[in-house]
Design a protein around this ligand. Structure first.
Ligand code: ASP
Ligand code: MG
Length: 403
């Protein structure tokens, strides 16, 4: 007998029909002789709606009350799912985060799980009950409700799987797995059978949102094998794990990230310490810098260009002007009309020519590259936002030819 953790996202439990379908999947898993723990998110857009309500009453509400409110979404879905399972005649119990033993630190709205007290869970499993746990929530040392950050139910599921040494952690969603690129945009997108944690993390940070990042980091740390699959179509999904068989596939996916701004700082003095001065000011403001490019010094000056998330562009400019008060306003330029296109794959480490194949595809499509950055398993380029969709298609077609 195996212990299986199954997580269902908001779209999988959005209405009665969906909840009944989920109950059916859970019941089948249980009836095959497994212990089952189910983690659910709030139905559909419930969390967003609750946040809107909060902002309508008081946009400056405290984070404690924020968590008190948004955690209610998951309370609704666990009870409804448990009722649907009861209807199928199976033993079931729904538990809020604290009842399932989740203790977190005190950071409301972005709490970290500190410990899972497993006693109640073991008792319910010993009584052969299906356990339905509210995702996304826990309790801090003041006995107050906390939440784990948006998309946190994935993390709840992985944490339970790790704590209980589950045999499997299945993440059900509205897509049938992880694809080589967005299947809604590129017709040749291919579903992957397997992907490594590192590749999944890179794809997620590049804007392919299938799994919450923190849950993948946690799965990697505790070696929890994940399966991403559809709650509608019953077919095998994508397995996320440490290492995978070497396949012919050199890269695992092409991702696009529109949440990028490019900051160019012109005519900086070409002397030691300039980059340090700039990036320490940015770090002090907790601004995430991604790609960095410095020009070769000429006539005693140099330019530094870097990218940040769009919402941080103005702050980054302020920090830059703080570091170099002598710069003129038009010597610190912000461009938000850019996108980052990335290819990700553990296979590229040992394959020279991957970068040139990507650049050739972009050249053939007549797309100009503004910046480039590489890591062991990723190559990213910055292009104009208006070229982004075409860039993804061109690069995808080059690595995954459709025929
Ligand atoms: N309901 C929460 C959210 O929408 C948690 C989750 O869906 O994982 O962010
Ligand atoms: Mg949700």
């Amino acid at each position: 007998m195996a212990l299986i953790v199954q997580k269902f996202g908001g779209s999988s439990v959005k209405d009665a029909e969906c909840i009944n379908r989920v109950a059916g999947i859970v019941a089948d898993t249980y009836s095959e002789g497994n212990d089952v723990i189910v983690v659910v998110s709030a139905q559909g857009d419930t969390t967003d709606d609750l946040i809107d309500k909060a902002n309508e009453i008081n946009p400056k509400h405290s984070r404690r009350e924020h968590d008190m409110l948004v955690s209610a979404g998951e309370q609704i879905s666990i009870a409804l799912l448990a009722m649907a399972i009861e209807k199928l005649g199976l033993p079931v119990v729904s538990l809020l985060g604290w009842q399932a033993g989740f203790s977190t630190n005190s950071s409301y709205t972005m709490a970290r799980i500190k410990k899972i007290d497993k006693e109640r869970l073991h008792n319910e499993l010993d009584a052969h009950k299906i356990i339905v746990v509210a995702g996304f929530q826990g309790l801090n040392k003041y006995d107050d409700i906390t939440t784990l950050g948006r998309g946190g139910s994935d993390t709840s599921a992985v944490a339970l799987a790790a704590a209980l040494h589950a045999d499997k952690c299945q993440i059900f969603t509205d897509v049938t797995g992880v694809y080589t690129t967005d299947p809604r945009k590129v017709s040749g997108a291919i579903k992957l059978n397997e992907i490594t944690y590192d590749e999944m993390l890179e794809l997620a940070t590049c804007g392919a949102q299938v799994l919450n990042n923190r849950s993948v980091e946690m799965a990697k740390k505790y070696n929890v094998e994940l399966e991403v699959l559809s709650s509608i179509k019953r077919e095998p999904g994508t397995i996320v794990k440490e290492a995978i068989k070497v396949e012919k596939m050199l890269i695992r996916g092409v991702a696009k990230d529109n949440d990028v701004a490019r900051i160019s700082v012109l005519k900086l003095e070409d002397i030691p310490g300039v980059a340090f001065k700039l990036f320490s000011k940015l770090a002090a403001r907790k601004i995430n810098v991604d790609i960095i490019l410095q020009s070769v010094g000429r006539d005693g000056t140099k330019d530094i260009t870097f990218t940040v998330p769009e919402a941080m562009a103005e702050q980054a400019k302020e920090a830059t002007l703080e570091a170099f008060p002598n710069l003129l306003d038009d010597e610190v330029l912000i461009d938000t009309n850019v996108s980052k296109i990335s290819i990700v794959g553990a296979g590229m480490e040992t394959h020279p020519g991957t970068a040139s194949q990507m650049f050739e595809a972009l050249y053939d499509a007549g797309i100009n590259i503004q910046m480039i950055s590489t890591s062991e398993i990723k190559i990213s380029v910055l292009v104009a936002k208006s070229d982004a969709e075409r860039a993804v298609s061109a690069v995808h077609e080059s690595f995954f030819p459709e025929d």
